[in-house]
Design a protein around this ligand. Structure first.
Ligand SMILES: [Zn+2]
Length: 173
């Protein structure tokens, strides 16, 4: 009964293992490069996807997806900044909250700001992702607005990030 799943899983595994970036068009906005560059660009793209999920207009949006992507953007953006500014490496981020904690420790975020972001992650990201929480439009809007502000702050903080961050200038939710 699950044989089709096995075949699809094997095909997906082979496609991922054999992926040739030159032959398989990659996602616009994410170019191969240094680890911090890829992380920052993923932060841009998660944020863009979160905004897309909100789908402002007559149709309801994908609020659970928007919230998850906004949290992903915040995590990836801070990781990129820690890599470039403080020399962290990908393997230093073995748990989701490391980027938030270390940003507080290293003076990227004030300690109370870092704690507030950690609290949001623990109390709401985990509730909505792992448990039964169901975010509505206004809570998704607020998290995406927060992720947008954090991303723009980081993206504007160093000259090296210009041209790496692919977000429209001044874009906000
Ligand atoms: Zn960006």
């Amino acid at each position: 009964m699950t044989r089709d799943l096995l075949r699809l899983a094997q095909e997906a595994y082979e496609a991922l293992a054999e992926a040739d970036p030159a032959a398989d068009p990659s996602e616009p906005g994410i170019a191969p490069g240094l680890a911090w560059q890829v992380h920052l660009q993923k932060g841009c793209r998660f944020l863009a996807a979160a905004r897309h999920c909100l789908m402002k207009g007559p149709r309801p949006g994908f609020y659970t997806g928007a919230m998850e992507l906004a949290f992903c953007s915040m995590e990836r953006t801070l990781q990129a900044h820690l890599m470039h500014r403080e020399g962290y490496r990908g393997e230093d981020f073995r748990a989701h909250l490391v980027a938030f904690r270390e940003s507080g420790t290293r003076g990227i975020l004030e300690p109370d700001v870092a704690r507030a972001l950690e609290d949001l992650w623990v109390d709401f990201r985990n509730e909505n992702y792992y448990r039964e929480g169901i975010p509505g439009r206004s809570s998704a809007d607020r998290i995406v607005a927060l992720a947008s502000e954090l991303h723009l702050l980081v993206a504007r903080s160093r000259p090296a990030y210009r041209g790496v961050c692919s977000c429209p200038k001044g874009a906000r939710v």
